[in-house]
Design a protein around this ligand. Structure first.
Ligand SMILES: CC(C)(COP(=O)(O)OP(=O)(O)OC[C@H]1O[C@@H](n2cnc3c(N)ncnc32)[C@H](O)[C@@H]1OP(=O)(O)O)[C@@H](O)C(=O)NCCC(=O)NCCS
Length: 157
């Protein structure tokens, strides 16, 4: 059974590994490999670890962390939607997104936004998000990647 819970400091390495392996598995058709490696290689910084501990949620399948996601309630920004490659295509990404939407509603957020990787934009459209234009996402390491800015209105209770 899939459950979603707040991340803890013990989830940092799993979250880092899921981010790295999901990007290398699913983004390769849309970005040069060197760009993807520059984005996700290396080890988590203390700053990244503290963001995981403070803001991340994880999807757990029988004790195994299989997906991540985060919401910045002040801005409605969604980030870090990553699913373990062995578990892609089982509704885990959608479950995390809907859970973050419920969290946004609880915080009185009217509209959510995110920057989708080019490969993931169709997935977000399946989940009710809108956006078609191509823009540039700047990573914390200063890398520039093409992205699709997308939005979704939060359904009222
Ligand atoms: C994109 C990602 C999060 C999707 O997670 P997932 O758990 O595999 O997706 P789900 O199983 O929840 O899919 C939900 C719906 O989206 C569709 N979908 C998922 N990925 C898709 C894709 N790449 N293209 C088109 N549709 C897609 C599914 O078919 C499903 O629709 P259905 O119910 O009508 O069949 C996952 O593939 C991933 O981690 N990718 C690599 C990292 C990444 O790019 N993350 C996004 C950062 S912005």
């Amino acid at each position: 059974m899939l459950t979603i819970r707040k991340a803890t400091s013990g989830d940092v390495l799993d979250a880092w590994d899921i981010r790295r392996t999901s990007v290398l598995a699913a983004c390769a058709e849309h970005y040069p490999k060197a760009s993807l490696l520059a984005w996700v290689d290396g080890s988590p910084t203390d700053k990244w670890a503290s963001v995981v501990e403070r803001d991340f949620y994880v999807v757990v399948d029988e004790g195994l962390i299989v997906g991540t996601g985060m919401l910045t309630a002040a801005s409605g920004q969604v980030d870090a939607i990553f699913v373990r490659p062995s578990h892609m295509g089982r509704g885990i990404g959608r479950k995390m997104l809907y859970s973050l939407e419920a969290l946004a509603r609880d915080h009185g957020v009217a509209s959510m936004r995110l920057d989708a990787t080019l490969n993931a934009a169709p997935f977000y459209r399946c989940c009710g998000w809108s956006g078609d234009s191509i823009s540039t996402y700047r990573t914390s390491r200063g890398l520039e990647l093409a992205c699709v800015p997308m939005t979704k209105r939060v359904a009222l209770p």
